[in-house]
Design a protein around this ligand. Structure first.
Ligand code: HEM
Length: 717
């Protein structure tokens, strides 16, 4: 029998465990081959030359935190076997004390995340735009990425409807550059002073602390329906981007406008984009709800599994480039307003390089939890614009990390250490782990020979791009262009295909349907009337409410097809196909299908009535009927055979019905038509293929390239 050409991901350890507890002393096992930790540099960025793993624990024997070997760790020290525990037991106290302090505060927002290591390869196409060295030709820069949800707590579910964080740390030779973006190009608010308001509105209600990780509740819709600059962002995540299929299939955006400066001193305004090689794809809402019960770690697992099985996720980094003109507008769009995006049809994205995530973290806490991003981590050649939201962020991240990571020295944590030499005059403080030399940590000095010295532009200094400041009076007010809250939501909605529009309407109906107060629903319906009459009508019908009159009737907009997720075809490598078998399945056909799937770079998971081996083979079953659900698969193959007099197993029937309802490609042979029939599915419907294993897998690949069988969604009338 054949063996899979790709490992089945999910192995918990680098070696299969023995049945009995090992007792022979040996060195700690290495990490799994798909994992590595932060680069081996000192707290101040110097390569240490230490071997990989030197920061991990070492030695054959269990020790105290101070390295003394221990004979027993299963019993506390007692005055007699039935006597009281002794205060003298320093080993017990060390263990319990450390345990008592294992938790740190979770992030105020973006608390739940997943991370991976990777590399960024520059195309060199950015050199005319910026003098940033990591964008010069052929430069490779290590990166660490953290994806996150915004609203939920650290233990909340992954596929809730929410915006996703997309934060990338580039460890460049000129200092660390953090691109701290989201998977949506616009933001809720224009001014950072409103950030606590929008976050308090989205978080659980303060009295009962529900609902967790949800926007479907009164306080959120109360705020966004009153503070209508939030409508654009809200619509983007009511649309399918609010429930991504995978972190691997998300676009990323820097959101704000940044200013680049090149070697000649010429400047340009830009917006950063990440384009996933796999395309931008989403779940459907019912699927997301099932996933949250079946596998709350769905996105986290998907990312780790893909990397472990060698399907390295990849994105191209690009910029939209705008002339650095005095009014900082482009085609009538205010580049300083973070609630606005610039359609790609007006300013195409110019690609600068490609990022590939190729290693999983070795330790979640040390890397994913302790990583600290900051939009102020800029490198020479990249500078902030005057976006008022960005300016609040430039203050906020450093400030919050002081309390989250327990003091001002979190930059010395291994994952946060720059790979460029650090030569600052910051000293002391909690958790200081650098050992500074020198007697004069101040400038100017002569006692340390004047060290360190200022760098000129020739020595690669970061220089704030000189910029004229508009004369004006000091005031708390927005420019007039910020008052347009509806033209862009209208533009976005009208750029979607009818299916995507329906999904957005259904999302509003769900979310508003979960609100208690009718007034809030009515107020939000008025905002929808200002976005699009048809959207408003569909949502109002579902809520059983009258359609309100628009207060700012929507104007014509030129659509931007680039924001739609449909209409193209995408690589299928890295997709997951379930092969459902039963007790009579022909193992040769099952394995032929599995091998064809793996040969196409996809992951095949075999589902059988019970776990163990596929009958008649040495091949392991990955899912039993008890653990499988359609939501885990992008497409499903029914390799079923027996026509039992009781009919197919009810769990297989549910799987078939859901896969069909969620518009997934389905294939099969043997009794597949009967399974589909019992599930109420027309076996000749669109996106269902019959044939031998090779034909079925090939046809499924063709269908998967479009992500779903879109015609299965019946339009809302
Ligand atoms: C365009 C707007 C924004 C984007 C794209 C954005 C993005 C992000 C991302 C991706 C993270 C998670 C970083 C990680 O993975 O560790 C994050 C965290 C955070 N953001 Fe923002 N954010 C935005 C606006 C703001 C604003 C306006 C503020 C405050 C004024 C803010 C405050 C925070 C804080 C306090 C954290 C937690 C940081 C930590 O504890 O490490 N964000 N944000």
């Amino acid at each position: 029998m054949t063996t899979p050409s790709q490992p089945i991901p999910g192995a918990p350890s680098s070696q299969p465990p023995s049945f009995d507890e090992p007792t022979e002393p040996r060195k700690p096992l290495p990490p799994k081959p798909d994992q590595h930790g932060p680069e081996l540099v000192s707290p101040t960025g110097t390569p240490t030359g230490e071997p990989e793993g030197s920061r991990s624990q070492s030695g054959d024997f269990l020790t105290t935190a101070q390295g003394a070997r221990l004979q027993d760790t299963d019993h506390s020290l007692k005055a007699g076997r039935r006597g009281p525990t002794l205060l003298q037991d320093h080993h017990l106290r060390e263990i319990i004390t450390h345990f008592d302090h294992e938790r740190i505060p979770e992030r105020v927002v973006h608390a739940r995340g997943a991370g991976a290591h990777g590399v960024f390869q520059s195309y060199g196409t950015g050199t005319g735009l910026t003098r940033a060295g990591f964008l010069a030709p052929d430069v490779e820069t290590p990166v660490f990425v953290r994806f996150s949800t915004v609203v939920g707590s650290r233990g909340s579910a992954d596929v809730v409807r929410d915006t996703r964080g997309f934060a990338v740390k580039f460890y460049t030779d000129e200092g660390t550059f953090d691109l701290v973006g989201n998977n949506i190009p616009v933001f809720f608010i224009q001014d950072a002073i409103k950030f606590p308001d929008v976050v308090h509105a989205a978080k659980p209600h303060p009295d009962r602390e529900i609902p967790q990780a949800q926007s479907a509740h009164d306080t959120f819709w109360d705020f966004v329906s009153l503070h209508t600059e939030a409508q654009a962002h809200t619509l983007w995540f009511m649309a399918d981007r609010g429930i991504p299929r995978s972190f691997r299939m998300m676009e990323g955006f820097g959101v704000h406008t940044f200013r680049l400066i090149n070697n000649e001193g010429a400047t340009a305004l830009v917006k950063f984009h990440w384009k996933p090689v796999m395309g931008v794809h989403s779940l459907v809402w019912e699927e997301a709800q099932i996933v949250n019960g079946m596998d709350p770690d769905f996105h986290r697992r998907d990312l780790a599994d893909a990397i472990e099985s060698g399907n390295f996720p990849s994105w191209e980094l690009g910029v939209q480039v705008f002339p650095d003109v005095e009014d900082e507008m482009y085609e009538g769009i205010d580049l300083l307003d973070p609630t606005k995006f610039v359609p790609e049809e007006l300013a195409p994205v110019q690609m600068l390089g490609r990022m590939t995530l190729n290693a999983n973290p070795k330790n979640y806490f040390a890397e994913v939890e302790q990583v600290a991003f900051h939009p102020g981590h800029l490198v020479p050649g990249i500078d902030a614009s005057n976006d008022p939201l960005l300016h609040g962020r430039l203050f906020s991240y450093l400030d919050t990390q002081i309390s989250r990571l327990g003091g001002p020295n979190f930059g010395q944590l291994p994952i946060n250490r720059p790979h460029a030499p650090v030569n600052d005059m910051l000293r002391d403080g909690m958790h200081q782990s650098a050992d500074y030399a020198g007697v004069a940590p101040y400038k100017p000095n002569s006692l340390d020979g004047g060290c360190p010295f200022h760098a000129g532009i020739d020595a690669g200094a970061f220089i704030d791009v000189p910029q004229a400041v508009q004369a004006g009076k000091k005031e708390r007010a927005n420019p007039a262009s910020f008052n347009d809250h509806f033209s862009q939501p209208t533009l976005f909605y009208r750029s979607l295909t009818p299916t995507e529009q329906d999904h957005a309407a259904q999302a509003y109906a769900f979310e508003l349907g979960k609100c208690y107060e009718q007034t809030i629903r009515e107020r939000q319906l008025t905002a929808l009337a200002n976005i699009d009459a048809d959207l408003c009508r569909k949502v109002a019908a579902e809520l059983g409410l009258p359609v309100p009159v628009a207060t700012e009737p929507p104007a014509e907009q030129i659509p931007s097809p680039a924001v739609s997720q449909l209409g193209q075809s995408w690589p299928v490598a890295g997709r997951v196909i379930g092969i459902v078998t039963d007790s009579g399945s022909d193992p040769a056909q099952v394995l032929e299908a599995r091998d064809a799937i793996t040969a196409a770079g996809m992951l095949a998971l075999i589902v059988a009535p019970v776990g163990g081996k596929l009958p008649g083979t040495e091949d392991t079953v990955q899912r039993s009927y008890a653990t499988a659900r359609s939501v885990e698969f992008d497409a499903v193959v029914f390799a079923t055979s027996v026509a039992d007099q009781n009919g197919p197993d009810p769990r297989v029937v549910v799987l078939a019905a859901e896969a069909f309802r969620h518009a997934k490609a389905i294939g099969g042979w043997g009794s597949a038509p009967e399974v589909l029939q019992v599930a109420g599915v027309d076996a000749d419907a669109a996106g269902i293929v019959h044939g031998n294993p090779g034909e079925v897998v090939e046809a499924l690949g063709g269908l998967l390239a479009h992500h779903r069988v879109w015609e299965r969604f019946a339009p809302i009338q």
